[in-house]
Design a binder for this molecule. Structure first.
Ligand code: PFF
Length: 443
């Protein structure tokens, strides 16, 4: 008998833990910053609602119906079906994401420990730019911290679904919610913070004319929700028949979006209040924001709490990504969970080493004009995840009959069910295809 979540709350919080991560804080802040703020936010919200939410429901339904790992979900209707390839691609994709995600999570951990011991503030006296660049150019530290974060995730996953994954999310997610709200509340009291709020909420419509903005908003919606790479298929396979999937998915999508908005309200007011550049790119959370903290009253305390938040949020997402290949290893190879977690983590650690070195030893090795880690992040979010989404929309929307799809997702024949199915069959694949084709110049 497959393990199941201990409670509905546990399931929802674990799933929010998968969704809320570096994507909501580090990635959201810099992508929104680079894409002009408010208008990007609107398009992003639209994509979350019309593409992300229907796909999340479909993933959960597929997972629960399959009752096994990500590959089983695509193979249950016919053994040996070519659809199982979609399952394998997402398992490999989840491992690939985790391999570089762990590197950035490692940066967050390094900053948290540095902030707590005071080393960070001292070392950065000459400016955070130099400090950060020296750190990520090293050959030892980035790999070391990447390894520590992976080891933490492996320890939780080895504990099992209920005793490991569910337990840590049950207490960590509420704590993180309190922290991010507290940080935003503080940032909003800073003089000059209104500019940051203005940046996030007052639209500058000219951004609508930038084609790459749509691709970035789509990629961010996929990445932030964590859809397209079988995380929700896997988590869905531990859900009982008595849960209502659409309701849970709405809670997760809302929670994830609220988290990104509140994190934005913690970062942008601070950045604007002290004259930082919102379009500073991936360095925003690690250079611009800490620089701002140094100049803020009580900033060093805020720094400790902020980097704790970033590290812990990253950890709960890493756990979800690791569970995807681990559940495959347990189901297919009959491996013991703890041994599967250890072996899979080791492999992912090795795959991630080039990413960890992409600003140091491998800095000269640019792939498509960017450092390796940036290229993987861009490719995964903007292409691999949307492709995963297409596969899920095609399978649930077209391969399954409407009756089966509606039944599997707890909609039965309701009006919202029909709307969901229409989105999944038509709107989702069409929007994703158009955006992808435009971005590679086909349209
Ligand atoms: N949703 C996570 C975040 O926002 O940081 C990252 C993530 C998790 C991406 C799971 C993709 C995924 F399949």
């Amino acid at each position: 008998m497959r393990e199941q979540w201990g409670s509905q709350t546990g399931f929802v919080l674990a799933t929010i833990g998968a969704a809320v991560g570096l994507g909501n804080i580090w990635r959201f802040a810099y992508i929104a910053g680079e894409n002009g703020g408010a208008v990007f936010l609107l398009v992003y919200l639209l994509f979350v609602l019309l593409i992300g939410l229907p796909l999340m429901i479909a993933e959960l339904a597929l997972g629960r119906r399959g009752g096994g790992d990500a590959v089983a979900a695509f193979e249950i209707d016919r053994t040996g079906s070519p659809w199982r390839l979609a399952g394998w691609v997402s398992v490999v994709g989840a491992a690939l994401i985790l391999s570089y995600y762990a590197v950035i999570a490692g940066w967050a951990l390094k900053y948290f420990l540095g902030a707590a011991t005071g080393d960070l503030w001292q070392a950065a006296e000459g400016g955070f730019g130099g400090y950060f660049d020296r750190f990520i150019a090293g050959s030892v530290e980035p790999v070391l911290w990447q390894g520590v974060m992976l080891a933490l995730a492996a320890a939780v996953v080895a504990g099992g679904v209920k005793k490991g994954i569910e337990r840590i999310n049950l207490w960590l997610m509420p704590v993180l919610a309190v922290i991010v709200i507290g940080l935003a509340g503080y940032a909003l009291t800073l003089p000059g913070s209104a500019k940051g709020v203005h940046f996030l909420f007052a639209p500058d419509w000219s951004v609508l004319a930038r084609p790459e903005m749509y691709l970035n908003a789509l990629g961010q919606a996929f990445f932030s929700l964590g859809i397209g790479m079988a995380v929700f298929i896997t988590y869905g396979s531990y859900v009982g028949r008595n849960s209502r999937l659409p309701r849970s998915a709405v809670a997760v999508a809302l929670g994830d979006t609220a988290f990104a908005l509140v994190a934005g309200l913690a970062i942008f007011p601070a950045v604007f209040a002290l004259g930082g550049d919102p379009a500073a790119g991936p360095r925003l959370a690690f250079i611009t924001f800490p620089q701002v903290l140094l100049a803020m009253p009580g900033g060093t305390w805020i720094g400790i709490v902020f980097f704790l938040l970033l590290t812990a949020a990253a950890l709960t997402s890493m756990i979800s990504l690791l569970e995807v290949p681990v559940s495959v290893a347990c189901d297919r190879l009959g491996a013991m969970r703890s041994r599967a977690a250890l072996t899979v983590t080791l492999i992912i650690f090795l795959i991630g080493i080039p990413s960890a070195l992409s600003y140091g030893l491998l800095a000269d090795w640019e792939v498509f004009g960017r450092p390796l880690l940036d290229t993987i992040d861009h490719g995964v979010s903007n292409f691999l995840l949307p492709f995963g989404g297409l596969a899920i929309a095609a399978y649930v929307g077209w391969r399954l009959t409407p009756v089966v799809a509606l039944e599997a997702s707890d909609f039965s024949g309701s009006l919202s069910g029909r709307l969901w199915l229409w989105l999944l069959r038509v709107a989702v694949p069409l929007t994703i295809s158009v955006i992808l084709m435009r971005s590679v110049g086909v349209l």
